[in-house]
Design a protein around this ligand. Structure first.
Ligand SMILES: [Fe+2]
Ligand SMILES: [Fe+2]
Length: 285
């Protein structure tokens, strides 16, 4: 186990999400998960969250914003970024894992099959592109996993809440009260979230996509809110309205995994058109 990157596959935290939030329609089937025993995965997932909860402090988020929100790492066409993301190799079983592009396409194709608008389909296709952070050398715990507000008390509804005992912010009076540095119902726009692929991609795509799409991207890993409503006291009316979209999106993100991988080559022209309808040719990462 690499001490800074305990997950054997970057997607194992998402498999863990399926156990925490099984699809209502289906009973949980063991085959739905990768061939990596539950106990083994559980161990790496808990180690992953131990690191995540220890190191995601308010200061850490500010530091990462400075480092990444000047977008001077790499300039790429969207499809090249998708291909780049696919070079993310992890040591899980290659026969059983879908690559990153396939997860994106399964999500977006499920949205498309339900007849949703094109911006929604595109959002499905792009939503995890922020995981390129891993390829810039970032540890797993600063890229994936549940996200949560920093700068106020950590909710017990966040997965593995006990690991926050190692987070320095719980000893800081500024940050350890219910509201911390925030005002009641100040709106999530004013709230800093733990750093990861969600916030990073939101900041990149902010000028280009409609508001519901931006909410889906920014908050899709904020399970303690979109599943548990643990932070209602920070949300404003717009947030409540937009979280209906986040919840809708989450169904596709979690439950679109199908055994048959989508045909990337066949689908590429359609997605190329969609990308050029909404986004510039080059994006700065
Ligand atoms: Fe994601
Ligand atoms: Fe995803």
């Amino acid at each position: 186990m690499n001490s800074n990157n305990p997950l054997k596959s970057l997607d194992h935290w998402e498999d863990d999400l399926l156990e925490r939030y099984p699809e209502k329609k289906k009973s949980k089937k063991k085959d739905d998960f990768r061939n990596y025993t539950d106990s083994e995965r559980q161990k790496t997932v808990s180690e992953f969250y131990r690191l995540n909860h220890k190191f995601q402090t308010y200061e850490f988020v500010i530091k990462k914003e400075k480092e990444f929100l000047s977008f001077n790492k790499r300039k790429m066409k969207v499809w090249d970024a998708i291909d780049f993301l696919n070079t993310l190799v992890d040591d899980s079983d290659p026969d059983l894992d879908l690559d990153q592009t396939q997860h994106l396409l399964q999500t977006s194709e499920a949205i498309r099959n339900d007849g949703h608008e094109d911006w929604f389909i595109l959002t499905g296709f792009l939503h995890d592109l922020g995981k390129v952070l891993c390829l810039f050398g970032e540890p797993q715990w600063a890229v994936v996993g549940d996200t949560f507000p920093v700068g106020c008390r950590f909710s017990d509804s966040i997965v593995y809440p006990e690991f926050f005992n190692d987070n320095l912010d719980i000893h800081n009076e500024k940050y350890n009260s219910k509201l911390g540095i925030y005002n009641e119902n100040c709106g999530l726009e004013n709230v800093k979230m733990s750093w990861g692929h969600d916030e990073y991609l939101f900041q990149i795509l902010k000028p280009h996509l409609p508001l519901p799409a931006l909410y889906m991207i920014r908050y899709h890993s904020f399970y303690s809110q979109h599943r548990e409503n643990a932070y209602d006291f920070l949300l404003n009316d717009q947030d409540h309205e937009m979280f209906e979209w986040v919840k809708k999106f989450n169904q596709y993100d979690l439950y679109s995994k199908a055994p048959k991988p989508p045909n990337t080559k066949e689908l590429k022209p359609y997605y190329q058109d969609l990308i050029s309808k909404f986004l510039p040719e080059y994006i700065n990462f």
